[in-house]
Design a protein around this ligand. Structure first.
Ligand code: L14
Length: 341
């Protein structure tokens, strides 16, 4: 049971990973009221320390007794670790889980604070953080859905390699360098060359569901329905990995029940929490992954009325996949939780 305190004991599980690192810097940056911090990783790296603010903190090996005295545990160490350790942690702490392990569990709320904060109220110890591609899409679409009801979403993503972790980013850099040097490169993270390429497969192994969609694509369908509390909303996604290091971009097409104009969407999203509209095509201004990297907001631009359908809108949605797509959303959930105590 989480009770009101001045400061909280926080554990970061998967502290050495790409998202774990963002969780650590995010807690510091946002001045989260941390009493003690515990950094946990699954592999033992003797003597490994990480900075938390100005402090050097030992990285401890994740185990069943890692959670004594912990109030809030942020998990991002893979679905297997979450399945094994989150229920143990949840006996003492509130778990905010960034993996896909519990997202579709009917007993676990799946939350984006700008979208469905009300679902935090019924958690039973574990709260799931959605998939990165879903988060930025629903932040941009929820205000529209509330006003004119979205019937159907068709989305294509352009996802950065950092979603697949730090090793994937290294692979893209090294492969790019090798190819520019006229050398060959043997891939180990991605199934194909990622440098100068676009791969319509995420994740990189065991990607495909039975229906021809990838698991990443089906997450966008199922998680959107769960957070919008609307099983009737139709979603079709194509998720593509592109040679970008950080920041996911999405081409989003929606069909609404009632007509909404492009100007009305611009006005609505300009006032929406967590959203920044950058939409001045005459001056070649629109959201870019290179500019979204390191930022908190979900950026929206290229807003236009779909010429192929009377109640259609097209837009371009960009956000930092490691921040709003992962660590930042998890920390914002924790902030809401403690504010509600
Ligand atoms: O479901 O490889 O949270 O970019 C996030 C990273 C799925 C895969 C999730 C990637 C994962 C994704």
């Amino acid at each position: 049971m989480l009770t009101k305190k001045e400061k909280y004991n926080v554990a970061v599980v998967g502290a050495t990973g790409a998202v774990g690192q963002e969780m650590i810097s995010g807690l510091v940056e946002r001045d989260f009221p941390v009493d003690r911090i515990r950094l946990l990783a699954s592999a033992r790296i003797p003597g490994r320390k990480l900075k938390f603010g100005g402090e050097d903190v030992d990285v401890e090996v994740l185990g069943e007794d890692s959670f004594h005295g912990i109030d809030i545990a942020l998990f991002s160490a893979g679905g297997g670790r979450s399945k094994q350790f989150a229920p143990i942690a949840a006996k003492e702490a509130v778990v905010i889980d960034n993996t896909s392990a519990f997202r579709m569990d009917p007993d676990v709320p799946l939350v984006v604070p700008e979208v469905n904060p009300e679902d935090l109220a019924w958690h039973k110890g574990i709260i799931a953080n959605p998939n990165c591609s879903t988060i930025q899409m629903v932040v941009a679409l929820k205000p529209i859905h509330d006003l004119v009801r979205i019937k159907r979403i068709v989305v294509t993503t352009f996802q950065s390699v950092s979603g697949a972790g730090a090793r994937a980013v290294d692979e893209m850099y090294h492969e790019t360098q090798a190819l520019l040097d006229g050398k060959s490169y043997e891939t180990s993270v991605f199934p194909h060359q990622i440098a100068f390429n676009a791969l319509p497969q995420i994740p990189q192994s065991d990607a495909f569901a039975e229906n021809g969609y990838t698991h990443e694509e089906m997450k966008m369908v199922n998680e959107t329905r769960k957070m919008f509390h609307d099983e009737s909303i139709m979603v079709s996604a194509t998720c593509v990995r592109v040679a970008v290091d950080r920041g996911h971009s999405e081409a989003v097409n929606i069909e609404t029940e009632k007509k909404i104009t492009a100007d009305e969407v611009r006005e609505l999203l300009s006032a929406a929490e967590g959203v920044k509209v950058i939409d001045d095509i005459g001056n070649q201004l629109y959201p870019l992954a290179t500019q979204a990297a390191g930022r908190d907001e979900v950026f929206v631009g290229r807003i236009r009325e779909d010429i192929s359908c009377p109640n259609g809108i097209d837009m371009w949605v960009v956000s930092d996949n490691l921040k709003k797509g992962a660590a930042l959303n998890a920390i914002q959930i924790a902030e809401r939780l403690i504010a509600s105590l």
